[in-house]
Each structure stands twice: as structure tokens, then as C-alpha cells.
Design a protein around this ligand. Structure first.
Ligand SMILES: [Zn+2]
Length: 235
């Protein structure tokens, strides 16, 4: 009998132990779940800072309009712009943005149509991608971002993007600049036109042919957009 009671006591203690353990496990599980929820909520906001933002990405030129070319090195502006637009679109979508490409293949789209597409899309931002040139000035180099002269928001956007572009290329000293571009004039949202390099400069042509430069410029534009939007939210 003593053995039996002993067994019973042990069993009871074991039972309470299980309950206590269970409660503890339950609390721990609940705690871990709660922490996971907080972590996930935080990481979702951090990983998709562009959720709900609509961005029109405009690859300059296309079709019979080749833009500026340097055939000796196989560089054709319309192709570079499209490649960069696709990179930018993918990067922005990864961060939660809704992206409209004004062209996604080698077709000619009139400038007015590009802006109209962005307006119809209800884009919050318009980003146009081009390659620069200054005939007779092969010494000019460096990416440069333009904004429509009367657009204060466009100027802030272009400035944020240009600051990030300068980090990619420390030799670049170019500042954001006003430019009366049709796509910026006709689109209703803040916009920036990025000339990602000079086709008329040997150093820039070499950069254009580097995967790292294209990736770095894409990331810089994305960072600039995020900086601009954060500044806008902060008032
Ligand atoms: Zn162009």
C-alpha cells in the first residue's frame, strides 16, 4: 500500500509537473508567437517600404527611335534604357510598389502617350531613364537627374536620387538640374529623369558595360525614391 500511495503521490506530482510544464510551455509558445507577430509586422514594413506606392518607369526611346548610340561598342540607348527600366521595375516591385512600364519591349511610344499612361495609372511617381550626350565634349561624364522646373516635389525627388547616384560614383560631381522634358511636363505626379551616364564619354561607356554599374545605379534610384517618400511623409 505504501508503495501504492507512494506511486500515487509521484503520479500526482508528475501530473502537476506536467500541468505546470504545460502552462509554462503555453506561455512560452504564446510569447514566442507574439514576438514573431511583432517581428513579422516590423519586417513586413521594413521589407516592403513601397507597399501601395504606384510608380511609372519610363524606358526612353524605343523602336525606330534608338536614342544616342555608340555602335563601335555595341551601345544603343533604347536597349540600355529598357534593361535599366526592367531592373528598376523588378527592384521596386520587390519592395512592394505597383509598377507601370511605359514600354516593356522594343516599341516606339510617343512622349505624350507615356505621360498619359502614367496619369491613367494614377502613378505617385514618374521615373524616366535615359543616356546622356554632349557632342564635342567627350570629357563630360557622370549620371545626372533632372526635374521639371516648376515642380518642387520633382526637385526633391531628383535631389534624393542624385545624392544616391553620387555615392555609387564618387568621381561624379553633377547636381540635380531643371529640364523641360515632355514626359515630366505632361505627367501629373512628381517625376525625375535620370541620365544614367554619358554616351559621349569613354569612362561612362565602360561603366555602362559593367553589370555592377547597372545594378548600383538601379539600387541608387530605389534608395533615392525611398528617401524622397520618407521625407514627404515626415512633412
Ligand atoms: Zn534619351
Amino acid at each position: 500500500m505504501a508503495d501504492g500511495r507512494g506511486t500515487e503521490r509521484v503520479a500526482v506530482r508528475a501530473h502537476f509537473g506536467a500541468v505546470r510544464g504545460g502552462t509554462l510551455m503555453g506561455l512560452l509558445t504564446a510569447g514566442i508567437l507574439a514576438l514573431m507577430c511583432v517581428y513579422m509586422a516590423v519586417s513586413v514594413t521594413q521589407e516592403t517600404p513601397l507597399a501601395g506606392v504606384r510608380i511609372a518607369v519610363d524606358a526612353g526611346h524605343g523602336g525606330e527611335d534608338r536614342g544616342v548610340c555608340y555602335f563601335e561598342e555595341g551601345l544603343i540607348e533604347k536597349e540600355i534604357n529598357l534593361d535599366m527600366a526592367q531592373r528598376l521595375a523588378a527592384a521596386l516591385q520587390d519592395l512592394g510598389a505597383d509598377v507601370l512600364l511605359t514600354r516593356s519591349d522594343d516599341t516606339f511610344v510617343p512622349l505624350a502617350e507615356r505621360a498619359a499612361m502614367a496619369n491613367a495609372f494614377g502613378a505617385d511617381l514618374f521615373i524616366s531613364l535615359h543616356v546622356n550626350r554632349i557632342p564635342g565634349h567627350p570629357e563630360c561624364f557622370g549620371a545626372q537627374t533632372f526635374y521639371f522646373p516648376s515642380s518642387e516635389a520633382g526637385k526633391r525627388l531628383a535631389t534624393a536620387i542624385q545624392q544616391e547616384l553620387l555615392k555609387v560614383d564618387p568621381d561624379n560631381y553633377r547636381q540635380p538640374m531643371a529640364g523641360n522634358f515632355a514626359v515630366l511636363r505632361r505627367s501629373e505626379m512628381p517625376g525625375a529623369l535620370v541620365e544614367i551616364a554619358f554616351m559621349t564619354n569613354a569612362r561612362d561607356r565602360a561603366l555602362l558595360q559593367q553589370e555592377t554599374y547597372r545594378a548600383d545605379v538601379t539600387e541608387a534610384i530605389v534608395r533615392g525614391i525611398i528617401v524622397f517618400l520618407q521625407g514627404d511623409t515626415d512633412g
